[in-house]
Design a protein around this ligand. Structure first.
Ligand code: PA5
Length: 455
């Protein structure tokens, strides 16, 4: 069974007074035609490769994983952003449901304590390190790679070359050179697929296959959703419809998009979504070079946990959010709440109920409370957590993000705002070729210190 999109509370009603009307959606449907035209054109230019990934051939992944599976218990991914978040999200979603017996760790920061923590959990000799970087230049990934390479060379001198696999551009970059020199097993990030859209390439599929996820089923799910996202009518096309509604809400000043799964297993998908939505839509200029400064700040929340933290703000604070719940209908296992105090009304109403019943009741209660408070909300419903449903979800949000970017008339595939920070990091760390930037930073620091605003 497929995931479903319940958008009733995104539309105008007597409760959602500033909701989007069906007429507004219909009146803007010309934008869908323009988006389809642009999609067709850019797809032909080979920059929307994510759309073709449901047809991706995975034989090279499964045969490699079958050949090494017995040799390793853990995989450590060294990557960041689009080269890490999807891996983490798939693992978190399925590790309990499928009782996966391999472990995945994602080193997506240069925090020494995190590195130490991961290293303390693994048996080095039985761990495979998967270095993932499309550009092959990302400072965080390069530095953790150098640390791990050094440790492996010292502690596993005979096996380290087999313990490193590299996923990067098929030709460019320093890692390609190392692959050729040291003979590491290599996988490819296709040119046509941007980092944050790459989870269904070798980037996310290799680690997923390693931990025992059915990657064929992931792609099948993506294919099912692609089929839905080709529907001409916006009312039957979840990517176009959700993109349109979010776009219209952005125009009305709802600049925050909350993703709130009601299950811990899908919480990391809210992180994956945050990168996708933020990096793709947060843009200063439109495609005509006009300064527009658009985007919608993605926020993650967890139900029920954040009912006791965030919901007060969502219900009564500024009405500037669109809230997307994620619900799972069926759990493979459950806990029954025992009837330990039958005479105590404070707890006996819970007795003999499944804990998932409470979870779903609280989700619905929150939906009702927010709707009564006039807050736009919707629900992405997973019949259960399966590879197919996850593949559907991934494709839906990738497609929706690109289409929302088209509605905003921006480029959803680039991230120019991230570059300035990367350049400043190179300068601060003394990379050759960034001497002028280092000088500027020096001046900046002196000026800032002169003002003495630290107490
Ligand atoms: O979406 C993107 O392109 C970025 O967020 C990248 O995923 C991120 O910066 C990591 O880049 P790389 O894979 O080149 O190391």
């Amino acid at each position: 069974m497929s995931i479903r999109f319940d958008y009733a509370n995104l539309l105008h009603s007597n409760k959602i007074a500033d909701g989007i009307t069906t007429a507004e959606i219909e009146n803007n449907s010309y934008l869908c035609d323009l988006a389809r035209e642009r999609f067709k054109k850019e797809h032909a230019q080979n920059i929307l490769g994510f759309y073709d990934l449901p047809d991706y051939q995975i034989g090279h992944i499964t045969s490699y994983i079958n050949s090494i599976r017995d040799d390793y218990d853990d995989m450590v991914v060294l990557g960041i952003g689009g080269s890490a978040l999807g891996n983490k999200a798939i693992y978190s979603a399925l590790k309990t449901v499928k009782k996966l017996n391999k472990r995945l760790h994602v080193m997506d920061n240069v925090d020494p304590l995190m590195i130490e923590d991961i290293l303390s959990q693994i048996d080095l000799k039985r761990t495979l390190f998967n270095v993932i970087t499309k550009s092959g230049t990302t400072a965080e990934t390069m530095s953790t790679f150098l640390i791990i390479l050094d440790i492996l060379k010292k502690k596993c001198p005979d096996s380290y070359k087999k313990q490193i696999i590299v996923t990067t551009d098929k030709e460019k970059g320093f890692l390609r050179q190392l692959i050729n020199e040291d003979g590491y097993k290599a996988f490819v990030v296709p040119d046509s697929v941007g980092g944050r859209f790459s989870v269904l390439t070798d980037v996310g599929l290799v680690s997923s296959a390693f931990i025992g996820v059915d990657i064929d089923a992931l792609l099948q799910g993506a294919k099912n959703m692609r089929e839905k996202c080709t529907k001409q009518s916006i009312w039957e096309n979840p990517a176009y419809l959700n993109a349109m509604i979010h776009y219209l809400y952005m125009k009305k000043g709802k600049n925050i998009s909350v993703m709130m799964p009601y299950v811990n297993a899908l919480y990391d998908f809210a992180d994956w979504y945050r990168q996708l939505w933020a990096e793709s839509l947060g843009k200063r200029y439109n495609i005509n070079g006009k300064k527009i400064e658009v985007g919608q700040t993605p926020v993650k929340a967890l139900g029920t946990t954040d009912q006791h933290s965030q919901i007060q703000l969502y219900a009564e604070g500024p009405n500037d959010k669109v809230i997307s719940f994620i619900t799972v209908e069926k759990f493979d296992f459950d806990y029954q709440i025992p009837n330990l105090f039958p005479l105590l009304d404070e707890v006996n109403y819970l007795a003999d109920k499944n804990i998932s019943e409470l979870l779903l009741a609280e989700r619905l209660a929150t939906e009702i409370a927010l709707t009564d408070a006039g807050r736009a909300n919707c629900n992405i419903i997973f019949p259960e957590i399966t590879e197919e449903n996850i593949g559907e979800f991934i494709f839906l949000y990738e497609m929706q993000t690109v289409i929302a970017g088209y509605f905003l008339q921006i480029n959803p595939l680039d991230q120019p705002g991230v570059e300035a920070g990367k350049i400043a990091t190179y300068a601060l760390m003394g990379k050759k070729g960034f001497e002028k930037e280092a000088d500027d930073i020096n001046k900046y620091s002196k000026e800032k210190n002169r003002n003495g605003r630290i107490i």
